[in-house]
Design a protein around this ligand. Structure first.
Ligand SMILES: C[S@@+](CC[C@H](N)C(=O)[O-])C[C@H]1O[C@@H](n2cnc3c(N)ncnc32)[C@H](O)[C@@H]1O
Length: 409
């Protein structure tokens, strides 16, 4: 008969909700394990004379109960599971002996061999829990776990839902353009899509990576006939979803920052189609940042305001209060403002802004074609003409333009 330790561990998923779990010792091990126990809904009792500040904060927040003393015989009564993790080997041995006598599964941080349970390396991705045990090689367990979770997140490990799919659409904020700047969730949904309706802005490189069966539709090229272009996009989303396809609407930046995302969400709601919205990194912050400009900086700007410059300040359709903006001391970030920057700069100056106020234009931020052009309110109109600055560009107005340091791309 082989030694018991030679048998592989038997994996199981404990349902700890409302069940008493005792953790002995409030150090680093407890700090790492407690969040998952709390997330599992366990009724956690910590027994320890001291605890790390994070563990202490969990007790103060009422997430765990804390008995501030050393372990004593009988502490494990009524518990379903115990984690023994003090720096005192003798106390650990006594606690694990009590667990053994009481038939309570016991993890021991100091002696895996004496333990009756091992903690796997775990990770989660969209409803899938991955737990990896590799005997006594925790680094390997963590590496395998990371590879699986990463694969699930980015879609390189296919984990399709087997249950029949209900029609649905994901409005995905793709970030400013660099394919690395989409969120993990956005990338995974993209990998699972049957149809992708994409804008001109955003991480278009990712479209090349999609498998051939995925239908990629350029939103700008959807014929709109008697509809407005946006209506035609809304209709396309509804029709593809109704045909049972998994649809991703890939948008630049964040769907709700000058992205008309809510119009699409409303159209889908009207058609009774469930919609999920994945926030994205907006160009309003990320493009200045990629060009070395912090939109706030201690002692320089305590606010930043993001406005659309797609209509001139004297246009009756403008909803922007340029007079108030001219009075603000903070940073002004203007999207869609390249064409109207002359009129915008003139309006700001006429309302009292210093003509020497610094301005930076960052064109095609976070892409290989990124370039930054600096000017002042007095010179920006001429600079844009002379330097041939073209949309898309983010325009930053304010003293923060002067505070950056060079950073790596
Ligand atoms: C219709 S708005 C969409 C904004 C987007 N939803 C966001 O959160 O970034 C388009 C404007 O965003 C800005 N923009 C978006 N991506 C950009 C980029 N990579 N570089 C510079 N400007 C960008 C430009 O001002 C462009 O005209």
């Amino acid at each position: 008969m082989p030694e018991p330790a030679e048998h592989p561990a038997y994996p199981v998923g404990l349902r700890l909700s409302g069940r008493r779990v005792v953790v002995i010792g409030g150090g680093q091990v407890a700090q790492r394990r407690l969040p998952a126990l709390v997330a599992a809904g366990a009724d956690v009792v910590l027994v320890s004379p001291s605890a790390t500040p994070s563990v202490e904060a969990m007790a103060e927040a009422g997430e765990i109960r804390w008995t501030r003393r050393r372990y004593e015989e009988g502490d494990l009564a009524e518990s379903w599971y115990v984690l023994v993790a003090t720096g005192d080997t003798e106390a650990n041995a006594r606690a694990s002996a009590e667990a053994e006598r009481s038939r309570i599964w016991c993890v021991r941080s100091d002696d895996a061999e004496a333990a009756t349970a091992w903690t796997p390396a775990t990770g989660r991705s969209e409803g899938v829990t991955v737990a990896v045990l590799t005997g006594r090689d925790p680094r390997r367990s963590a590496a395998v776990r990371d590879a699986i979770v990463e694969g699930l997140r980015e879609g390189s490990i296919a984990a399709p839902h087997v249950r029949a799919r209900t029609p649905s659409v994901a409005l995905v904020g793709g970030g400013p353009g660099d394919p690395d700047l989409i969120t993990v969730r956005g990338r995974r949904l993209l990998a699972e899509a049957d149809v992708v309706i994409a804008d001109r802005l955003g991480p278009r490189d990712l479209l090349d990576e999609l498998p051939p069966h995925v239908e990629v539709i350029d939103a700008a090229k959807i014929p709109y006939g008697r509809f407005m272009a946006q209506e035609a996009i809304n209709n396309a989303l509804v029709e593809h979803a109704k045909a049972g396809r998994s649809v991703v609407r890939l948008k630049g930046g964040d769907p709700y920052v000058f992205g008309r995302g809510m119009e699409e969400a409303q159209a889908l709601a009207e058609a009774g189609i469930p919609c999920t919205v994945v926030p994205g990194i907006s160009s309003s912050i990320s493009v200045p940042s990629a060009a070395g400009i912090p939109v706030t900086h201690r002692g320089v700007a305590h606010e930043f305001t993001v406005v659309s410059g797609h209509v001139a300040p004297d246009d009756p359709r403008s909803l922007v209060d340029w007079q108030s903006l001219a009075r603000l001391r903070g940073t002004l970030v203007i999207l869609m403002g390249v064409d109207k920057i002359g009129a915008i700069a003139a309006a700001l100056v006429s309302h009292g802004k210093d003509p020497a106020t610094r301005v930076a234009l960052v064109q095609e931020g976070t892409t290989a074609a990124q370039r930054r052009v600096d000017a002042t309110l007095a010179t920006v109109a001429e600079t844009v003409r002379a330097e041939e600055v073209r949309p898309p560009a983010v325009i930053v107005v304010g003293d923060v333009v002067g505070v950056g340091v060079p950073t790596l791309p």
